[in-house]
Design a protein around this ligand. Structure first.
Ligand code: 5GP
Length: 186
């Protein structure tokens, strides 16, 4: 039995593996150009959801990089943002004078990134700070957050795969998927 057959029948592909990899290569090309003179670009991956995007993006970067991880939680086990961002682990090296690129799986309300940007600015003075998000759910935005590198815009629906979970599951899928609610109701 393949993994595919063990997934719920109403789980549908939204963005294929090929589309993801192609777009991430385009983003990497742009980042390589922007930071061609950097001493080192600090990739700050926001866990858990950002791990696949960060990993694939990092592999396509040709500039010197350091990779750091922080962990935030805002959804708990719900499919809706709790509105409260819980810092789980914010350990970072000193980023003063460094080029920093935050890597996030998806921006939804914007609360998570708004919180983290403010936190970073209160403790560090980076030379530059930019934001790379794989998915942008513009419709749900509650806070303005400037995004510099965006993979895809998606509608206001709950998506899983490629780092994104539903109650801990589906992070390992190499593509982005959604639950077809009409099919579930049939
Ligand atoms: P925000 O604070 O912008 O509302 O949400 C950011 C975080 O919420 C993301 O890092 C992600 O963990 C989670 N999130 C937002 N939308 C989705 C979604 O459609 N699917 C999943 N699995 N997580 C989401």
């Amino acid at each position: 039995m393949t993994t595919e057959t063990m997934l719920p029948a109403n789980l549908k592909t939204l963005i294929s593996e090929e589309q993801l990899q192609q777009r991430i290569q385009e983003l990497a090309d742009e980042i390589n150009r922007t930071y061609r003179d950097t001493e080192a670009l600090y990739l700050v991956c926001i866990l858990k959801g950002g791990f696949m995007f960060c990993s694939d993006l990092a592999k396509k970067l040709t500039i010197p990089c350091q990779v750091e991880f922080i962990r935030l939680s805002s959804y708990g086990n719900q499919q809706k943002s709790s509105g409260v961002v819980k810092p789980v682990d914010l350990t970072l090296p000193n980023l003063n004078g460094k080029d920093v690129l935050l890597i996030e799986d998806i921006i939804d309300t914007g609360l998570t990134l708004d919180f983290f940007m403010e936190y970073l600015a209160s403790l560090h003075t980076p030379k530059s700070i930019r934001l790379a998000v794989l998915l942008d759910k513009k419709e749900a935005r509650q806070r303005h957050v400037e995004t510099h590198y965006v993979g895809f815009e998606v509608g206001n629906q709950y998506v899983v795969g490629y780092g994104l979970d539903d109650q801990g599951l589906y992070r390992n899928l190499p593509y982005i998927a959604y639950f077809d609610l009409d099919e579930a109701a049939r």
